[in-house]
Design a binder for this molecule. Structure first.
Ligand code: NZQ
Ligand code: ZN
Length: 387
């Protein structure tokens, strides 16, 4: 097991009706900016619960953070923070709103061009940045219990990640009741995003970190087992609760400790969102199978272990099991209504592999993935195979 340090300071408040507790978590004298998205919180009752909980606090609002949070929108929020002298941020939404708030936390007090915060990037240390909490409305990204974020900038076709130890939420409320109003398309996205987060931290090479590997495998199994109920029209609280907690545990730092991680699927996937606006999770479903097939030689032991332990595939050589595992993964994504080829989403996809290769070269990303082995040319080959 590789040496590691682990600290995750986010307090999780989990369960039905727990949104009311935010009033205790935010200082009474705080000047709060409530940040949310396109308005789903006004339709599902979450906004009313927030208003009720914070009726004794000073609260300003910033609405309209889009999916794949846009830099230009967030710049307007920085102006509000300065104008109102905001001292606390409250993100109420999915990964996009939470990521947007992390950026605001880091960028509001930054003297130079706010885009530097993402591009350089600037890494806030503990105690730096505006403190913030979250009320999660869409299980998927794990942003509610990690310190990373991803921001898009349409003007330059960029989608870039950043973060820092100062960007953990102080608290996150996880009320599975919010899952009731999520469209099935977004639930499918959430399952696939969390599933791929586990794969990125697992599908590398055999490790001696047995506990982390088994945690990872059990998150995958839980997501698979609850997926059917989650996709049915009827709301199931137990399935929603397990889904929510799986998504958080998939990316709160725990399963990556002591092991080698990949993240090449996300790096390539972000390009597809930047060029075509494809939902984040769907870009992962496009890239992951091609990535694992292309890197079969270095990943086959783990792929075979995945096939055995997660899908119960006992027959065949290591290579056969590895290949069957990838097919099972694709079938699982398809069972959620998620297509796994770029050509299923975009008609004009022919130059995508070249664009990705050139973008990586321009950013000097000469090696990504575990051991930085994936060169821009490899990315080209993988994206080509994902078309
Ligand atoms: O904007 P509103 O009206 O709220 O609607 C949202 C949005 O349209 C809707 N929604 C959210 N909760 C709902 C709901 N609709 C009905 N009922 C509810 N309870 O869902 C839509 C999508 O929301 P969004 O926040 O964009 O989705 P998600 O949570 O999948 O976030 C995706 C973003 O997170 C980034 C992605 O790249 C993408 O930009 N990621 C962040 C990560 C992190 N910080 O650790 C890791 C991930 O790998 C990912 O990259
Ligand atoms: Zn993701």
């Amino acid at each position: 097991m590789i040496n590691f340090e682990f600290k995750n300071p986010t307090k999780i408040i989990f369960g039905k009706g727990e949104i009311a507790k935010i009033s205790r978590e935010i200082p009474q004298d705080a000047r709060i900016l409530l940040v949310y998205g396109g308005g789903s919180i006004k339709q599902n009752g979450v906004y009313d619960q927030i208003q009720e909980a914070l009726k004794a606090h000073t609260v300003y609002e910033f609405a309209g953070v889009t999916a794949n949070p846009e830099y230009e929108t967030l710049r307007n929020a920085i102006a509000v923070i300065k104008e109102k002298d905001v001292t606390y941020l409250l993100a109420v939404g999915g990964g996009s709103v939470i990521d947007g708030v992390k950026f605001l936390s880091a960028a509001a007090g930054y003297e130079g061009d706010p885009w530097d915060v993402v591009k350089k990037p600037v890494r806030p240390q503990e105690g730096e940045g505006i403190p913030f909490g979250t009320v999660l409305t869409l299980p998927a990204t794990g942003s509610e219990m990690n310190s990373g974020y991803v921001i898009s900038r349409k003007e330059t076709n960029e989608k870039l990640g950043a973060g820092g130890p100062g960007l953990f939420p102080q608290f996150s409320v996880l009320d599975p009741e919010v899952v009731r109003s999520i469209p099935k398309r977004q639930i499918a996205n959430g399952i696939v995003d969390a599933y791929t987060h586990v794969l990125e931290q697992y599908m590398t090479e055999p490790s001696s970190a047995d506990l982390q590997e088994r945690f990872a495998e059990n998150i995958l199994i839980s997501l698979q087992q609850h997926a059917t109920k989650l996709m049915e029209p009827e709301f199931d609280y137990g399935a929603a609760a397990n889904f929510m907690w799986c998504c958080t545990m998939a990316l709160n730092g725990l399963i990556q400790k002591g092991v080698v991680t990949d993240w090449a699927v996300h790096a390539m996937g972000h390009e597809l969102t930047a060029y075509y606006g494809i939902d984040h999770a769907r870009t992962l479903a496009i890239i992951a199978p091609a990535h694992y097939r292309y890197n079969l030689e270095t990943k086959k032991e783990k792929l075979a272990q995945y096939a055995e332990r997660v899908w119960g595939i006992a027959e065949g050589t290591q290579e056969e099991k590895a290949n069957k595992g990838i097919i099972k993964m694709e079938q699982f994504f398809h069972s959620l209504g998620i297509d796994t080829k770029l050509s299923d989403y975009v008609a004009d996809y022919q130059d995508t592999a070249t664009r990705v290769k050139n973008a990586f070269i321009n950013r000097n990303w000469m090696g990504i993935g575990e051991y930085k082995r994936i060169t821009p040319q490899d990315a080209y080959e993988i994206v080509l195979r994902s078309c």
